[in-house]
Design a binder for this molecule. Structure first.
Ligand code: MG
Length: 338
């Protein structure tokens, strides 16, 4: 097998504002694995707060020995790669995504069938409405006309004003992501009460990952809306400690090290009675369409990466009534553009 990889900077349509600063692009590493003329595509996305870089991903990929890989032994390959380091989740995800794409293409089946998933209908995907002036928000909500569900980023002092304004300009249901922004549990509960009267369906990561377990338990039991973990849960092994603390989990390929473990996380969430969401970083259609292969398993879908960039190297996902369309084609469903 041949492995190729190259850095690629995804350009955001709108600057992404965070407490730590504003970002206009996100680095990725685009990966290809090739066998007998068939190419599997993968992608590592590295938002800075996760600690991986173009250099760290390239260094990790340079250590691999694809000439020894046998695609029939995909599970063994992924276990071996995982054992090389404690971290490098996005780098591992890029290889996992590319190898599943390749394997499914060689078998002539959509990747979801490798996991026994036959459903091709997915729940509607959310589109994130980034913050801005009232004029900008009106423009963004109008641009989201193909979507049935909007995701709103909160976690700043003017949260109530923001949500009230957005509610006044659209009837669509909202998902709220506080990105660890709320610091006081009573204040958070009061705001969640308000959100529950505003057609908000759930709240993602309301407080910091360092929040003590007792605080999460209070929040979970008193919250008027389901509380989902995002930054608090990365991999399968994290799930055991958190099922008492949250109603649900946001599963992302860049955190989970790829499709194989993300699918195992869906299994475990089902056993633990946890709700699920499938989400993404800033990603092109490459990683996003791979995640979409698992989306029929999720309660909520937040696969908006390709809709928030303007230099997608793959064809944009197609939407039908706000849901990402899964075709019957072999592989992950990401088709290089042009
Ligand atoms: Mg989030």
């Amino acid at each position: 097998m041949i492995l190729r990889f190259a850095p690629y900077q995804l350009q955001l349509k709108y600057p992404f504002r965070l407490a730590t600063g504003t970002r206009t692009s996100t680095p990725t590493v685009q990966v290809q694995v090739e066998l007998n003329g068939i190419i599997g595509y993968g992608e590592a996305s590295m938002p800075p707060y996760l600690g991986e870089t173009t250099e760290s991903v390239s260094a990790f990929l340079s250590k691999l020995k694809p000439e020894n890989w046998r695609i029939e032994n995909l599970t063994a390959i992924l276990q071996e790669i995982d054992s090389l380091s404690e971290k490098d989740n996005a780098a591992k995800a890029a290889i996992d995504i590319a190898l599943h794409d390749l394997k499914a293409k060689m078998l002539g089946i959509p990747t979801r069938e490798l996991f026994g998933i036959t459903a091709s209908q997915t729940p509607p995907t959310a589109l994130t409405i980034g913050m801005g002036s009232e004029a900008e928000l009106r423009k963004k909500v109008k641009e989201a006309e193909d979507f049935q569900l909007l995701k709103i980023k909160l976690g700043e002092p003017d949260d109530k004003d923001k949500i009230d304004f957005l509610r006044s300009i659209t009837d669509k249901p909202f998902l709220v992501d506080a990105n660890q922004g709320w610091t006081d549990v009573e204040v958070a509960l009061k705001l969640i009460d308000h959100l529950s009267s505003m057609n908000v369906l759930m709240v993602e990561q309301p407080m910091s990952t360092s929040t003590p377990a007792e605080t999460w338990i209070t929040l979970k039991h008193k919250s008027a809306l389901p509380i989902f973990a995002d930054e608090s849960v990365k991999r399968l092994s994290d799930l055991e400690n958190v099922s008492e603390l949250f109603h649900g989990i946001n599963i992302k390929l860049m955190k989970s090290t790829g499709l194989a473990e993300a699918n195992a996380m869906f299994d475990r969430c089902q056993q633990l009675g946890l709700q699920t969401m499938i989400g993404c970083m800033t990603e092109s259609s490459c990683a996003n369409m791979a995640a979409a292969q698992l989306a029929s398993r999720a309660n909520f879908v937040d696969l908006d990466g390709p809709f928030l960039i303007n230099n997608n190297p793959f064809e944009a996902p197609r939407l039908s009534r706000g849901c990402i369309q899964l075709d019957a084609i072999a592989g992950n469903g990401a088709i290089p553009s042009e």
